[in-house]
Design a protein around this ligand. Structure first.
Ligand code: GRG
Length: 300
């Protein structure tokens, strides 16, 4: 199986778990309009990279997909809520996402806001449920990791820095360090969290958990650079969203500051960092190493 096939196969399994949240799971009793908007945000395509990372990182420590299922679903709920809110008129004002109308376009603003709120809360309901993991201490660790990565010192904080820069302070040029900090909070934190959640599910020791964090940091950085390259040079029929938006909005990116050539060199270095972090795991890490290659070279 090629890496793309492995990712697509896992995405099908993850999609089935996510769809079930609205049938027999905790979101089954959601009022119909809100439920449809939450389903639109969550189920309308997407690579399912973060849940994939949870499952594959757990596998390194001998845990199977069923043990990682709750964390995989929870992190995708967070990611999908962030996209639904990011697309709102008051934030990035996007009409297309994952090849479909964004949630606010398909419904309206208030429904899109509530759908995001519903998904954010659902993530923690999934993780707090005893079925997520038999050990309450593990459930608490997973919830803490996800809250830190997605909250005001993580993804929400990064989004706040990004919007403040664009809407309040775009007159002074951002430095590479500022861009790096913002992006590691906005995008990197959740990707690193996915890898570390897998390690926690698998009962990894501190050293192994650190290795997964190092891998996740390099992978998150590579993901963002690749995303910026896609925005600058990509094809919207593949990415499923508008391209060339960063420049139009005056957003500072490393591609803008350093140019595509230097960013591609950096992507190669980051792939090496990913490989080095996972060297202690030998052949078991083959899929995670292939993930780094996919992330660095992706066209969607
Ligand atoms: C609204 C609190 C709040 C946060 C929004 C993640 C984010 C923060 C905004 C998304 C804007 C954006 C395009 C960021 C670049 C990186 C990114 C998260 C891309 C989308 O992730 P993929 O490529 O998407 O994994 P799919 O659709 O495959 O799930």
């Amino acid at each position: 199986m090629s890496f793309a096939q492995t990712l697509a196969h896992r995405a099908e399994q993850i999609d089935a778990e996510l769809a079930n949240l609205f049938v027999a799971g905790p979101a089954a009793a959601t009022p119909s309009r809100l439920r449809e908007a939450m389903r639109h945000a969550l189920l309308g395509g997407g690579k399912r990279l973060r849940p994939f990372l949870v499952i594959e990182s757990a596998y390194l420590f001998g845990a199977g997909a069923p043990e990682a299922a709750a964390s995989a679903a929870a992190i995708e709920c967070i990611h999908s809520y962030s996209l639904a809110h990011d697309d709102l008129p008051s934030m990035d004002n996007d009409a297309t996402r994952r090849g479909h109308p964004t949630v606010w376009k398909a419904f309206d603003e208030w429904t899109a806001i509530l759908a995001g709120d519903g998904l954010l809360t659902l993530a923690f309901e999934i993780l707090a449920d005893p079925s997520a993991h038999p050990d309450p201490a593990v459930r608490a660790s997973l919830s803490l990791l996800l809250a830190r990565a997605s909250g005001s010192a993580g993804m929400v904080g990064g989004q706040a820095l990004d919007l403040a820069w664009e809407k309040l302070d775009s007159t002074s040029p951002a430095t590479a360090d500022q861009v790096r900090e913002l992006q590691s909070m906005k995008t990197g934190a959740l990707i690193t969290c996915a890898c570390e959640m897998g390690a926690v599910i698998g009962g990894a020791d501190d050293e192994a958990r650190r290795a997964l964090r190092t891998y996740g940091n390099a992978l998150g950085f590579a993901f963002q650079i690749a995303d910026d390259l896609l925005d600058a040079e990509g094809d919207s029929s593949k990415t499923g969203k508008a391209v060339a938006k960063d420049k139009a909005l005056g957003k500072a990116t490393l591609v803008e500051l350093w140019g595509p050539g230097r960013c591609r060199d950096l992507l190669a270095e980051l792939q090496n960092d990913c490989r080095a972090a996972l060297a202690p795991f030998g052949d078991k890490a083959t899929t995670l190493i292939a993930t780094a290659e996919f992330v660095a070279t992706r066209d969607r």
